[in-house]
Write a protein that binds this ligand. Structure first.
Ligand code: NOJ
Length: 541
C-alpha cells in the first residue's frame, strides 16, 4: 500500500458540501458513505477528506478544536469507522487533512493558554506588543495583521490565517509530541495517510519585522520553508510514519523545485501541491486582480514542475480555488470540450491526479454571490481590506473578490440530480446556496449522456488506472503556446504524445511522427487540423 498513491487517482471531498444524509442543510459522513459506489464507478482509489474534526468552523474545519473527535455536524466516530470499513470493502483508501500549523482558539490547549497556564502558553506564540502595537508587521494570509490582542493585557498571539486560528509553536518539543500522538491515533484507526495543511509554514525562525515595503504576506521569509520544517517532518517520519504503511502529501505554497526535491529526497513528504500554475489568470503581485487567461502561462508553470521534480500531486481545482472551466475553459461556447480538455490534462501529467468534488461533472462558479450570502472568512477579510485600501464601491470590490478569491465558488453543494437543491438533500436550506445551474449540470443527467464530461472522466480514470505509461512514464516537454500545447510521456519503449488545443480556433497540427490516436475529447476526422479545444492522447508508433 505504501506506494498506492502512485497507482491511484485521489478524489477530494469537502464534507459540508458533498451529500447531506439527514437533511440538516450540511453534508455528512453518512452522505459520503452513500456515494462510495459512485466514486468506485468513477475509478477513484483514494479519498482525501477536508477536515472533519471538531471545530467551530470559522474556517470550515481548518480551525480544529479537538483532534480526537469528529465534528458533530458530520456525524460521530461510529460513522467514521463505518466510512473506513465501507471504503475498504470497495478498495478505497481514506486520507485525512492534517491541520497542524494552527489550532482553533476553542481548542483546550488554547483555552488553558489564554487563561494564563504557562505550559500551554508555550504551545503558541504569545508576545508583548510594541508601543501598543502588534509585536511585528506580519500579515495574515487572509489580509490584516497576523496578531490578535489578548483582551485586558499587553500581549498578542500569532494567527497567520483568521483571528481564531492560532499558530502552534514548533520550537516546543511538547507540541511535536502532541502532533505525533495525533498522527498515530488516526493511523491506528486505519487511515491511509494525510494531506498536510500549509505544512511549509510550521516553523518560525524569527519574529522579526519583514520588509515594510512588501505589499502583502509580510513575514513569510521567516516562516516559509525554514530549516526547522525539514527537521520536524523528518522527526514525524522516524518517530511515527516509518512504523506504518502510509504517505504524506503536503500543501506547500511558495516552494521551488529545489526545495520540493529536498522534501522528497529526505522523505519529509511523499508528494506535494505546488501553487505556480494558479496564476495563469490572475496577478501574482496582487492576486485580487483577474488577468485574461493565458494557456502558455499555465502550461509553462506545469512543465517546469513536471521537468524538475521526481513526483508531484497534480490539481486544477480544490476547495480554495475557483472552478477550472470558469477559469481556463470556455463555459459558454465550448463547455463540454474545454471541460474534457482539462480532464485530459489533469489525468495525463506525471504524478498523482487529484480531482476535486464536482470537477468531474464540470461544475462552474456561481454567476453571482452577494456579500450577505458569502461564507468564506478569507473572502470577507479580503473584502474589508480591499475596500479600505482602494476606496472602491462595494459592488466593484465584491466583483474583484468574487472573480478571483471567493472560495465559496468551489464550495457550493454537490449537484447530484435535478430535484430540489440538486439532490444534495431533501430541500432544507443549505449552509451555502446551491448553484442555479443544477437542473442542467448534475450527476444524474451526465450519467445518462454518453458524451458528458462525467463519462469522459470515467473513461480517462479507468484508462489511467490500467496504463503504465501514464502512471510511471517520464515527462518530456513538447510545445508551448497560448493555443496549441503538447508533451510526451515515456515508459520503457512506449511513447505517448498528449496534444491540447486551448482555443476556439481550428489549428494546424503537423508533426513528423507516425501517430495512433488512443483517446480524445472530440471527434476529429482530419488530425492535421485540430478542432477547438481538441485534446487527445496519441501513441507514437
Ligand atoms: C489551506 C487550506 O486549504 C485552506 O482552506 C485554509 O483556509 C488554510 N490552509 C488555513 O488552514
Amino acid at each position: 500500500m505504501a506506494q498506492a498513491f502512485k497507482e491511484r487517482v485521489i478524489y477530494q471531498i469537502y464534507p459540508s458540501s458533498f451529500k447531506d444524509s439527514n437533511n440538516d442543510g450540511r453534508g455528512d459522513l453518512k452522505g459520503i458513505i452513500s456515494k462510495l459506489d459512485y466514486l468506485k464507478k468513477l475509478g477513484i482509489g483514494i479519498i482525501w477528506l477536508s477536515p472533519i474534526y471538531e471545530s467551530p468552523m470559522d474556517d470550515m474545519g481548518y480551525d480544529i478544536s479537538d483532534y480526537y473527535n469528529i465534528n458533530k455536524l458530520f456525524g460521530d466516530m461510529n460513522d467514521f469507522d463505518n466510512l473506513i470499513l465501507e471504503a475498504k470493502k470497495r478498495d478505497i483508501l481514506i486520507v485525512m487533512d492534517l491541520v497542524i500549523n494552527h489550532t482553533s482558539t476553542k481548542s483546550k490547549w488554547f483555552i488553558e493558554a489564554i487563561n494564563g497556564n504557562e505550559k500551554y502558553k508555550r504551545y503558541y506564540y504569545f508576545e508583548k506588543g510594541k508601543k501598543n502595537k502588534a509585536p511585528n508587521n506580519w500579515d495574515s494570509a487572509f489580509t490584516g495583521s497576523a496578531w490578535k490582542k489578548v483582551p485586558n493585557s499587553d500581549e498578542y498571539y500569532l494567527c497567520l490565517f483568521c483571528d481564531t486560528q492560532v499558530d502552534l509553536n514548533y520550537h516546543n518539543e511538547e507540541v511535536i509530541k502532541e502532533v505525533e500522538k495525533i498522527i498515530k491515533y488516526w493511523l491506528d484507526k486505519g487511515v491511509y495517510g494525510f494531506r498536510c495543511d500549509v505544512i511549509n509554514n510550521i516553523y518560525k525562525t524569527s519574529l522579526r519585522n519583514d520588509n515594510f515595503l512588501k505589499l502583502y504576506n509580510k513575514g513569510t521569509k521567516y516562516y516559509q520553508n525554514q530549516e526547522g520544517m525539514f527537521t520536524i517532518l523528518k522527526r514525524f517520519r522516524n518517530d511515527v510514519l516509518d512504523h506504518y504503511d502510509t504517505f504524506l502529501v503536503g500543501e506547500t505554497g511558495a516552494i521551488t523545485p529545489k526545495i520540493a526535491n529536498r522534501l522528497i529526497n529526505e522523505r519529509c513528504l511523499d508528494m506535494f501541491f505546488e501553487f505556480d500554475h494558479i496564476f495563469a489568470d490572475k496577478s501574482k503581485l496582487l492576486p485580487i486582480f483577474k488577468r485574461k487567461f493565458n494557456a502558455k502561462k499555465l502550461m509553462k508553470a506545469l512543465f517546469n514542475w513536471q521537468e524538475n521534480v521526481p513526483y508531484i500531486a497534480n490539481y486544477l481545482e480544490n476547495h480554495d480555488q475557483l472552478r477550472s472551466i470558469s477559469r481556463y475553459g470556455d463555459a459558454k461556447d465550448y463547455y463540454k470540450e474545454s471541460g474534457k480538455l482539462l480532464a485530459l490534462l489533469l489525468l495525463t501529467l506525471k504524478g498523482t491526479p487529484v480531482i476535486y468534488q464536482g470537477e468531474e461533472i464540470g461544475t462552474l462558479d456561481y454567476k453571482e454571490i452577494s456579500y450577505e450570502e458569502c461564507k468564506d472568512v478569507a473572502a470577507k477579510m479580503a473584502f474589508k481590506t480591499v475596500k479600505k485600501l482602494l476606496h472602491l464601491s462595494d459592488k466593484k470590490v465584491r466583483k474583484l473578490v468574487n472573480e478571483t478569491i471567493n472560495r465559496d465558488n468551489a464550495r457550493a453543494p454537490m449537484q447530484w440530480d435535478d430535484s430540489i437543491n440538486g439532490g444534495f438533500n431533501e430541500g432544507k436550506e443549505t449552509w451555502l446556496k446551491v448553484n442555479d445551474d443544477y437542473k442542467t449540470i448534475n450527476v444524474k443527467n451526465e450519467e445518462k449522456d454518453e458524451d458528458s464530461i462525467l463519462n469522459f472522466y470515467i473513461k480517462l480514470i479507468h484508462f489511467r488506472n490500467d496504463d503504465e505509461v501514464l502512471k510511471k512514464g517520464e515527462f518530456k516537454r513538447g510545445y508551448l503556446s497560448n493555443n496549441l500545447n503538447y508533451f510526451y510521456r515515456i515508459y520503457e519503449n512506449r511513447i505517448y504524445l498528449i496534444v491540447l488545443n486551448f482555443s476556439k480556433k481550428t489549428i494546424k497540427f503537423n508533426i513528423p511522427l507516425k501517430l495512433r490516436l488512443i483517446l480524445s475529447n472530440v471527434e476529429n476526422k482530419d488530425l492535421n487540423k485540430l478542432n477547438p479545444y481538441f485534446a487527445g492522447i496519441f501513441e507514437v508508433m
